[in-house]
Structure formats: structure tokens, C-alpha cells
Write a new protein. Structure first.
Length: 341
């Protein structure tokens, strides 16, 4: 026995209802009503009385509503028997679709802040195995000013001042260094001999001279050497004395120097400290090759003793300084000023 005429879940679209005329599906569809299965109380395709209009009296009256019946078979074939289990399955499928729609709507409503602007939303996760796993982009590393150009891993680039430094064996790019403008350090650390903390056997710093109206490389280098020695071997950034303070110093070298094709000047001190072997400090100044050609100050700090780098490495690094993109411009102590033939 086929179900009586009425609104039932559409077998082709469970989220809506479709009219069953008792023998076949019609083309009438509607959103699910609150009354469940069976004919709608407000309107029914077909006759005037089914819309609640009585032809004899001319008044609206409530139509009689048959008791809810099991929905027709999924295939919609009149006369095909349908079990209670299959009817319940269709009903549960429809209820689940409505519930999922309500949950998704709630997620998107709650995804807006008080001002109505959307916040970041998380894709709903279902229990199916066909959904792809969420994909997250890998973090992009942040470049630093001391990274080397991609085509030369043995070069450190100072983009601000427009020059590159060679990276000798045993030297590395700075890591966990509190000082500003450090281009490179020797590999590894050791316990400072006095106030504790960690020290490094070698360091090279590059910065632009901006707080001084003086432009002469010789004057600037001589003005800086004492500060360079104090910063390296007297007191650190927090006021401690990692080497027990400076006891004396002597100037071991100074003079003109060609750096990246520019005429510069350098001063080198040998520093003796209360503890430890002391070290060598050099201040070197030369005009920049970019921008306003502001002077560039390069400080060298080398520990003395067998663990420190040889002072000759200062000259090696100086000779290897180049303008960015110019591999043919040389320099160094005793070199001629200008490009190397």
C-alpha cells in the first residue's frame, strides 16, 4: 500500500520536501515545515479545499490532516513496500542535515567579533576520511643584515653601508651577540676570566659614523680607538669587567689604508688587562661608497695569546672588503688607492 498524498522529504534533495500525490512525485517542492510528515495545513497543490478554502461557505477552515505516514520509497515507485526501518532512516538523515546546517550557521555567526568584522576561522572538521589534512605554510626565515649573498657563502654583507666582508676560516656570522652592528665573530665562546659571562676570541663590527660632524678618516679613527678598547676589554654593556679592566695600552700600528677603493685610516692598539692575555683593538674609518658617502667605522677586536686569531687577519679582512656587487675593487694596508688593475 502506497503512502497517502502529502509532503515528504524529497528523495533527490533531502533538505527540502516534495509533494507525493498518492501515486507519484509532483514537481511541487518547499522548505521543510514544522508539522513533520503528512499534508501541509496551510496549502497543498491541487484543490481549493486543500488550501483551507471551503467552496460552499466561502470561509477559510482548517483542513483535516491525516496522521503522519511513512515516507514513500527512495525510488518513488508507487506500490513498492517500504519498511519502518527505511522510513526512520530517511527521517534521521533529514534531521541530521538540518542539525549540521544549524551548527555551520552558528560557527560563522560566532566567527565575527563585536564590531562585526570577521576573525580567523577554522575549517570545520568532520569524521570522514576523505577530507584532506589541514595544510600550514612553513615559517619564513627572517633575513638579517649580516647574511651573506646567496652566490658566495664565505662573504658577509653589510647592506646599510654597501660593503661585503670576507669570512675567514674559523669565523662565523654572529649568533646570540648583544653588541650592535657585529659582522662576524670567531667560532665558539669561553668563560670570561674575571666577572664571568661568556667571551669571544675575535669580533668585527661595522657601523656608520653619524654623531660626529668630522669627516676625516684619520681624525675619526684616532677619536674612536680609546672607546673601542674600553668597550672590548674594560667594561661590558652591563658594567661588568670581564677581563678585570684595562691596565695599559700601546699603539702598535697606524696609517693610511685603502678600503674598497676608498682612502681610509686605521689605528691599532695592544691592550693589557688585569686578567687574561689582553688583546688587539683596531679602529678603521673610510668613506662609504653609497648614499651620502658617510664615513664607515670598522672595529676589530682580537684576543692576544695562542687562542686568539693572529693580528695579520685584520689586514686580510681589510683587503677583502668590497663594495656590494664589485669584486674587482681591493685595498689594504700599503695598497694603492683605487681599483686594483
Amino acid at each position: 500500500m502506497t503512502p497517502p498524498p502529502g509532503w515528504y522529504p524529497d528523495p533527490t534533495a533531502p533538505h527540502q520536501e516534495r509533494w507525493w500525490d498518492g501515486a507519484a512525485w509532483t514537481e511541487h517542492r518547499r522548505a521543510p515545515g514544522p508539522t513533520g510528515y503528512g499534508p501541509a495545513v496551510d496549502r497543498t497543490p491541487g484543490t481549493a479545499s486543500q488550501y483551507g478554502w471551503h467552496p460552499a461557505s466561502g470561509y477559510h477552515q482548517a483542513p483535516s490532516v491525516p496522521a503522519p505516514a511513512a515516507p514513500p520509497p527512495t525510488g518513488g515507485v508507487p506500490g513498492e513496500p517500504s519498511s519502518d526501518g527505511r522510513g526512520k532512516a530517511v527521517a534521521l538523515t533529514t534531521a541530521a542535515a538540518v542539525l549540521v546546517g544549524a551548527i555551520v550557521t552558528g560557527v560563522f555567526v560566532l566567527g565575527e567579533d563585536d564590531a562585526g568584522s570577521p576573525r580567523t576561522r577554522t575549517r570545520p572538521v568532520t569524521a570522514t576520511t576523505s577530507d584532506p589534512a589541514p595544510v600550514t605554510d612553513p615559517p619564513t626565515p627572517s633575513p638579517t643584515a649580516s647574511e651573506s649573498p646567496a652566490d658566495d657563502p664565505a662573504v658577509v654583507e653589510d647592506q646599510l653601508n654597501g660593503v661585503t666582508f670576507p669570512l675567514p676560516d674559523g669565523w662565523v656570522r654572529p649568533e646570540y651577540v648583544a653588541e650592535d652592528d657585529v659582522m662576524m665573530t670567531t667560532d665558539g665562546t669561553y668563560d670570561c676570566p674575571a666577572d664571568g659571562g661568556v667571551c669571544r676570541h675575535g669580533m668585527v663590527v661595522s657601523r656608520t659614523v653619524t654623531a660626529n660632524a668630522e669627516s676625516s678618516p684619520k681624525v675619526l679613527a684616532r677619536q674612536d680607538i680609546e672607546d673601542a678598547a674600553d668597550d672590548a676589554y674594560d667594561r661590558d654593556l652591563v658594567g661588568d669587567k670581564p677581563f678585570g679592566g684595562i691596565e695599559s695600552h700601546e699603539e702598535v700600528a697606524s696609517g693610511p689604508v685603502a678600503v674598497a677603493g676608498r682612502a681610509g685610516y686605521y689605528v691599532r692598539w695592544r691592550v693589557k688587562t688585569a686578567k687574561g692575555p689582553g688583546g688587539y683593538v683596531q679602529s678603521m674609518v673610510f668613506p662609504s661608497t653609497v648614499g651620502t658617502e658617510s664615513p664607515i667605522l670598522v672595529r676589530y677586536v682580537f684576543d692576544a695569546g695562542e687562542d686568539g686569531p693572529p693580528p695579520a687577519d685584520m689586514d686580510t679582512i681589510t683587503k677583502g672588503i668590497r663594495p656590494i656587487g664589485d669584486a674587482d675593487t681591493g685595498g689594504g694596508v700599503g695598497s694603492g688607492i683605487g681599483p686594483t688593475p
